[in-house]
Design a protein. Sequence first.
Length: 318
Amino acid sequence: MNISLVIPLLNEAESLPELHQWIVKVMDREKFTYELLFIDDGSTDDSWKIISSLSKINPNVKGIRFQKNYGKSQALHAGFEVAQGDVIITMDADLQDSPDEIPGLYKLITEDNFDLISGWKKKRHDSVIAKNIPSKLFNWAARKTSGVELNDFNCGLKAYKKAVVKNIEVSGEMHRYIPVLAKNAGYNRIGEKIVQHQARKYGTTKFGMERFINGFLDLITIWFLSKFGKRPMHLFGALGVLMFTIGFIVALTIGSKKLYKLYLELPTILITQDPWFYIALTTMIIGTQFFLAGFLGEIILKTKNKEKEYRVSDQIGM
């Protein structure tokens, strides 16, 4: 099979028939063998009914339906888990991603031997204040933090070698950082392709300021996981030892001065009346807590049980 198309969606009933027709047109023209995986992330409209009806007229259409809205990352994870194509292409279901980009993405993976190609919506049809400016700021921060030189991390239109999606774990809200996850897994041939971005035709955007804020919080998470996810003791243990050492040196200095003054029979105060004593004590306690946090992190890594972060209520064609 040439291509697996993985399309997560939430309440996109109006756009699905048109999107399906457009994809089929491109696939037939290019003579691709394909499967079309719709991942219904807990839609409350008629999206699942439409997916069911499309599967009856097109055997290449398959579907997974979540019991409730778990998020785009979980939808992509479910799609990646069952995808069988040599190349996996993801796109949004709102018709803002053009299926006409599929052949170009496929060629970059199969002929130019990229591991991952990310779309770049260079010319956008979104609100400048609500999405464009926050998106540019977010992408700049992501580049500086991750070292992956992409202009548009959050573009839903991406293409992957099958091996990439089978060897990364997309959880939480990490779908924005799949290129970073791929790089951390050893897939370094990551490229970018300028793609057409279309104005939303149906429904309303799911974007809100909470997604923008969560994006930056996730960026901090992915940085930590990239650097210390497999070795938390290297961060927390080092911080703990450093802070404990500083506190101990301060406490030792206070004690030495106290003993020196007693030896010379000079007037002195109780150690507990010196504010530096409490600063040293607090620093040592925090250092110990950091060390224990790293130790517990190592234990959790060794014993954790991996559980899926979603529940499937129905499937089509699986």
